[in-house]
Design a protein around this ligand. Structure first.
Ligand SMILES: *Cc1c(COP(=O)(O)O)cnc(C)c1O
Length: 481
């Protein structure tokens, strides 16, 4: 633990947790294997390998129960935008728990943090937004959207408009509606999904589908799939289109510049609602408060979660634009929907303090002007590695493709056989050598905390390069390259 303690001692803002608590890693692993079902996990494989136990964090670093330090390239799970160890968030949460730990918003009541947060979010959001519906997570936010969109068209006297168009390989959460909106085949295969009247079109993935076209030509082509789907479903039946400004869990798919403006034009042409799932892109990830602003979208609804509290406490919600809010408020009647924890005062207090930090430290502007461009430069250098086909970044998300043989662009690389799971192999080397990067197929992705400094970006990139070397050596040994 010596190096670990020294690192902790060097960070003055870290007196809260005893720094030499002894963890019996084996015992925790055994208990974990015996009792804890993890999300998206092959438990037999995990039991054999042994789970890694994360015990504390500070800034952009994590420490495991063996005292090893790891640089967190994934912000926990795309959410710890303000970084770890923010005492002011813990204090805001503590104060709120002492004052009012819980009260509901159902029976003509409200609470102060929820009201203040709703007003603050509307203030930060693009001008067409006027209201907020709170949930406990991003999945619940997207469930809310399915019901709200259909309720809207009921109120507008067009109840036959029930079809929601989404995209293959999208991720919109894990509840029945969230997983249905999502386009993950593996999720649809379990539990009888998608639910009725949710359809999927192709994703704007230039590397995958854009052969023979310029990026901008492909963007228009991919947006055109929406119009084809609207015509196939019947324009009078289509309620909404939903998409992440930049697809996250699908592998950091950054669409061509022409894509979203053309999607917006098509939505306007047929009068259908546009929904932006900003669970990842919101709160500074792309260098704007919301990814829609960067992408030239004018959404009617926005789902958010993750970065709104930097993950310190669960919170999600739906930002509701005036078009839908007007119908819900003025055309009246109950919207028979809501959660015990809608507008949870403690979660809202955490969000208010988190947003104060993002504003006061100008983290969104920093991503746009400083750290985002630095990450772009670092990934451009990583693209020179013999194992890397191409790399892209947008704000503080980045992805690079592992390939067997490099080419001059994304369309003439020689890929690895899918079944070799080279991405997972690479992820293992990263994990074992102090950097967390996620694998989506053979695409390796990061979404670092927005507080990551240029120096820390350099350190992360160096570790990534070294781990790419280790992966390449491993592949040679296996005879796969
Ligand atoms: C994580 C995520 C969700 C689901 O949020 P949960 O809080 O895990 O329910 C939805 N949409 C996107 C784009 C996400 O990344």
């Amino acid at each position: 633990m010596a190096a670990n303690s020294a690192a902790l001692a060097a960070s003055s803002a870290f007196p809260r947790v005893p720094d030499v608590e002894a963890f019996d890693t084996r015992a925790i692993q055994q208990l974990d294997a015996a009792h804890y079902l993890h999300p998206f996990t092959d438990h037999a494989a995990l039991r054999d390998k042994g789970v890694r136990v994360i015990v504390r964090a500070q800034g952009v670093y994590l420490w495991d129960s063996e005292g090893r330090q790891v640089i967190d390239g994934m912000s926990g799970l795309w959410c710890v935008n303000a970084g770890y160890g923010r005492t002011s968030i813990s204090e805001a949460v503590y104060r709120q728990m002492e004052t009012l730990p819980f009260y509901n918003s159902f029976f003509n009541t409200t609470n102060v943090p929820a009201v203040r947060l709703a007003a603050e979010l509307v203030d930060l959001a693009p001008p067409q937004f006027s209201h907020v519906f709170f949930t406990g997570s991003g999945s619940e936010a997207n469930d809310t959207i399915v019901r709200m969109v259909r309720r809207y068209w009921d109120l507008m006297g067009q109840p036959q408009r029930t079809v929601i168009v989404s995209r293959h390989n999208a991720y919109h959460g894990s509840t029945m509606a969230g997983a249905s909106l999502g386009g993950m085949a593996g999720m649809h295969a379990q539990g009888g999904l998608p639910i009725p009247d949710i359809v999927h079109i192709g994703q704007p993935n230039y590397a995958e589908h854009g052969q023979g076209m310029s990026e901008n030509e492909f963007g228009l082509r991919a947006a055109g799939w929406l119009e084809e789907q609207i015509l196939a479903s019947g324009p009078e039946r289509v309620a909404a289109f939903i998409g992440e400004p930049v697809q996250g869990a699908g592998g950091v798919i950054i669409p061509p510049q022409t894509y979203w403006p053309e999607v917006q034009r098509i939505c306007d042409k047929y009068g259908i609602l546009l929904v932006a799932d900003e669970v990842i892109c919101g709160f500074g990830r792309l260098g704007t408060w919301f990814g829609s602003e960067l992408m030239g979208m004018r959404p009617d609804l926005i789902s958010f979660a993750k970065g709104v509290t930097s993950g310190y406490v669960p919170l999600g919600g739906v930002l509701v634009g005036k078009r839908v809010a007007h119908a819900l408020v003025e055309k009246g009647g109950d919207f028979n929907h809501g959660f015990t924890y809608s507008g949870h005062p403690v979660a809202c207090a955490a969000a208010l303090e988190n947003l104060r930090i993002l504003r006061e430290e100008r983290l969104v502007e920093k991503v746009a002007l400083e750290t985002g461009p630095h990450l772009k430069a670092a990934f451009a250098e990583l693209a020179a590695h013999p194992l890397v086909g191409h790399a892209e970044t947008c704000g503080m998300v980045a992805g690079l493709n592992l390939v067997r043989r490099k080419g001059s662009g994304p369309h003439d690389c020689v890929r690895f056989d899918r079944d070799l799971h080279v991405g997972m192999l690479c992820r293992g080397h990263m994990f074992d050598n102090g950097v967390i990067m996620r694998a989506v197929g053979d695409r390796m992705i990061v979404a670092p905390p927005l507080v990551m400094t240029k120096l820390e970006i350099d350190e992360m990139a160096e570790r990534i390069w070294d781990c790419l070397d280790l992966t390449l050596a491993d592949l040679y040994q296996r005879g796969w390259v």
